[in-house]
Design a binder for this molecule. Structure first.
Ligand SMILES: Nc1ncnc2c1ncn2[C@@H]1O[C@H](COP(=O)(O)OP(=O)(O)OP(=O)(O)O)[C@@H](O)[C@H]1O
Ligand SMILES: [Mg+2]
Length: 248
């Protein structure tokens, strides 16, 4: 169980104290797939970074499996089983795809390494030795980032907009992979930060984050109408509460 208790986070924005997260309370239970959504700049990535230990909260606590991890480093959190796939993955000149996956899971066997790359739509023959530099396309680096979280098979995996920059065919495949890895796995928690109308309906719960607060939380059929109300959607009346996508 991951428990976010009264988390507030502020940054120094050109000498001004800018509050980004304002008293966030959420409980994430194992065995569930959570979707976090909301308008640009609402605080979704900041919350993920607070959970991963990249940003320090100014107030509040984070508990993971009963332990207060608020003051733990990124490495210590990773050791406890927290994995994060960046919205904008960093590039590392001089490091290959294979190196990255082996850092993510040092005891990984060759078959799993190759299978995971294939799962995210990359041919191992073409990509294992590729440098993680600027020569990789936006979609390729995004898929590699997702692969490095998948190989870890962590207790808590956070995917920050996994669909961003990824072509439609691969999005469908990624949804299947994330779902088959995490749905009905009663020990793992998966959190997908997304705006994607195909991904949100397959989550067990959706959390809507807006202006640094949890604006709503509930099942997709409860939250979808609120999202529709929030955006300028001409078809609002017709699609209200409609589940757009069904995984077979
Ligand atoms: N280190 C920082 N310094 C200053 N402002 C920041 C910092 N990190 C985040 N912000 C601001 O905090 C707000 C929330 O950013 P965040 O990246 O969490 O939004 P988001 O909900 O993930 O948005 P998006 O949907 O566009 O990815 C934004 O206004 C952003 O500019
Ligand atoms: Mg973001």
């Amino acid at each position: 169980m991951l428990e976010i208790k009264n988390i507030t986070m502020a940054v120094d924005d050109h000498g001004e104290n800018k509050e980004i997260l304002k008293g966030i309370n959420i409980k994430f239970e194992p065995g569930k797939l959570y979707g976090i959504t909301g308008p640009n700049g609402g605080g979704k990535t900041s919350l993920a970074k607070v959970i991963m230990g990249i940003y320090k909260p100014t107030e509040g606590h984070i508990y993971f499996d009963g332990e207060d991890i608020t003051d733990l480093s990124i490495t210590e959190r990773a050791r406890r089983g927290i994995a994060y796939a960046f919205q904008q993955p960093p590039r590392f000149k001089g490091l290959t795809v294979q190196d990255l996956l082996k850092i993510a899971k040092p005891d990984i066997d060759n078959n799993l390494l190759r299978k995971t790359l294939r799962d995210v739509g990359l041919c191992p023959e073409d990509y294992l030795e590729r440098d993680l530099d600027a020569s990789l396309s936006g979609g390729e680096i995004k898929r590699i980032e997702i692969a490095q979280v998948l190989v870890r098979n962590a207790k808590l995996s956070i995917f920050d907009e996994p669909e961003a920059g990824v072509d439609l065919w691969t999005i469908q495949k990624l949804i299947h992979i994330i779902m088959s890895n995490y749905k009905n796995n009663d020990k793992a928690i998966a959190i997908i930060i997304t705006h994607n109308e195909n991904v949100l309906p397959v989550c067990d719960e959706i959390i809507l984050i807006k202006d640094g607060v949890v604006a709503a939380e509930g099942r997709p059929d409860e939250i979808w109408p609120l999202i529709c109300d929030d955006i300028e959607c001409k078809k609002r009346q017709e699609c209200r509460g409609e589940m757009i996508y069904e995984i077979k």
